[in-house]
Design a protein around this ligand. Structure first.
Ligand code: UD1
Ligand code: CA
Length: 453
């Protein structure tokens, strides 16, 4: 299979400097969705015809399995496919996709490929309530005879509700022959790809059709409004998959997955959570409202409480994180750990049963098991130029409002008194404290305002 993706169009109605096919849907460029879907067919060659937006499109996509073909100027869909001809492998059929139609299912494309075989032209068509703007599928005795563009159609043709989605599969040598014969004598003065249908019929080649399971699979993006509509459709489909897999979603209309989300059994997700990158949630874990998880692994039975932000981190089983916790990249929390409100952790490993329940910054730290990190604790890991490590042994107790000036080590079972600024090692099993002696000034009087003279 050759896959040719048309992505040269201008996308004027997006009202954006960004080329249309680079606009993200579920966090991924529209063109990325099309490419990922095409890849499921293991195509021999993937060719993207680009134009508007110039080199931004190939450079941003950075897809090494794609051959990029520039179409300039853009003289229509037929002209676009002509640009790809030198890149086609003639021994396999060619599929044409649109870079701005992101939600087509792989199964639908597979169905179209099967309908085409090696010696038929196959069109993906769909019946629309309102076919305005689309090319109409004209049939005679049930057989497709041609496609007529909306702008070229007479009243009888305009009444046809079966439309061309633009997605098709054709035998490659025949496609090349038909393209060579295209003209631009039509209402738009363009080379219409759709004219290959009449050419196939004239040669006696069978023209067949396949339909998608859902109409939205064929919807394109021409405006921000349509982009937002497709985003909702896509998110709803993801939510339905999660529900079908046994995940509890408190409101399937209020979850956004911008990547992959794999959930075990009895996972529950409250409203307004966003999942980015690769997120895995193990059996029985729950995610509270308004959490953002990116590239995260959540262990079995863990509770992520509301307003927690997790990025590039893993949380052990039965852990309790949040509300209002922030776990940054490189953080690995063992089982039964607790991280509470307004605690930020970065590149920190924390052993089983350890806790940092309130208001702390713990960065570049190696924390043992059963450690208690008091409120207001800060690892001073950065001297303005370099980062240093803090190591805290098992069963240590870090009193509130402690600064650990890294590099520094707290021995196992050590206790740090509240307010300590630790600059040297705290020996294991002992109380270490750095605190100015408390004094009381006996005869001190609070100043009072002098009466004005
Ligand atoms: C096209 C079809 C129409 C179909 C409709 C489905 C033709 C002549 N018409 O119409 O039958 O119902 O799609 O949406 O094929 N593109 C290029 N280079 C060009 C022109 C277009 O790359 O020179 C790309 C666009 O970026 C877009 C796709 O081809 O991704 C379709 O182009 P568009 O202008 O939207 O086609 P329509 O006129 O809507
Ligand atoms: Ca269009």
């Amino acid at each position: 299979m050759n896959v040719v993706i048309l992505a040269a169009g201008m996308g004027k109605r997006m009202r954006s400097a960004l080329p249309k096919v680079l606009h993200p849907l579920a966090g991924k460029p529209l063109l990325g969705h099309v490419l990922d879907c095409a890849r499921t067919l293991s195509p021999e060659r993937q060719i993207v015809v680009y134009g508007h937006g110039g080199e931004t499109v190939p450079s941003r996509m950075a897809a090494s399995d794609v051959r990029w073909v520039l179409q300039a100027p853009q003289l229509g869909t037929g002209h676009a496919v002509m640009q790809a001809v030198p890149e086609l492998d003639e021994s396999v059929p060619t599929m044409v996709l649109y870079g701005d139609v992101p939600l087509t299912r792989a199964a639908t494309l597979a169905k179209l490929v099967a309908a085409a075989g090696t010696d038929r032209l196959a069109l993906l068509t769909v019946d629309l309530e309102d076919p305005t703007g689309y090319g109409r599928i004209v049939r005679k005795d049930g057989n497709i005879v041609r496609i007529v563009e909306h702008k070229d159609a007479d009243a009888a043709t305009l009444a046809i509700r079966e439309v061309n989605t633009g997605i098709l599969v054709a035998p490659t040598p025949a496609l090349e022959r038909w393209l060579a014969g295209l003209s631009n004598h039509n209402a738009q003065g363009e080379y219409y790809l759709t004219d290959i249908v009449a050419a196939a019929v004239a040669e006696g080649m069978p023209v067949v059709s396949a339909q998608p399971a859902d109409v939205w699979e064929t919807l394109g993006v021409n405006s921000k409004r349509q982009l937002a509509e497709l985003e909702r459709i896509h998110q709803r489909a993801i939510a339905d998959n999660l529900l079908d897999g046994g995940v509890t979603l408190i409101d399937p209309a209020r979850i956004d997955v911008r990547g992959s989300l794999a959930c075990g059994a009895d996972v529950s997700i409250d409203v307004n959570c966003v999942f980015e990158g690769r997120v895995e949630i193990a059996d029985g874990a729950s995610i509270g409202a308004n959490c953002v998880l990116r590239d995260a692994r959540i262990g079995a039975g863990a509770q992520i409480l509301p307003f927690t932000h997790i990025d590039g981190a893993s949380v052990g089983s039965e852990a309790r994180i949040g509300p209002y916790a922030r776990l940054r990249p490189g953080t690995e929390l063992a089982a039964h750990t607790h991280v509470g409100n307004f605690v930020e952790m970065k590149a920190t490993r924390m052993g089983e049963g350890s806790k940092a329940n309130h208001l702390a910054y713990v960065g570049d730290a190696e924390v043992g098991a059963r450690v208690n990190i008091g409120a207001g604790t800060i690892t001073c890991n950065y001297d303005g130029a370099n980062k240093y490590k803090t190591v805290i042994g098992d069963d240590a107790f870090i009193g509130s409002d402690t600064q650990l000036v890294a590099p520094v080590t707290v021995g196992a079972g050590a206790t740090l008194g509240a307010g300590t600024t630790l600059t040297r090692e705290a020996p294991a099993g002992k109380l270490t404290i750095s605190r100015a002696k408390q004094t009381t000034i006996e005869n001190w009087k609070r100043p009072v305002k002098q009466p004005k003279a």
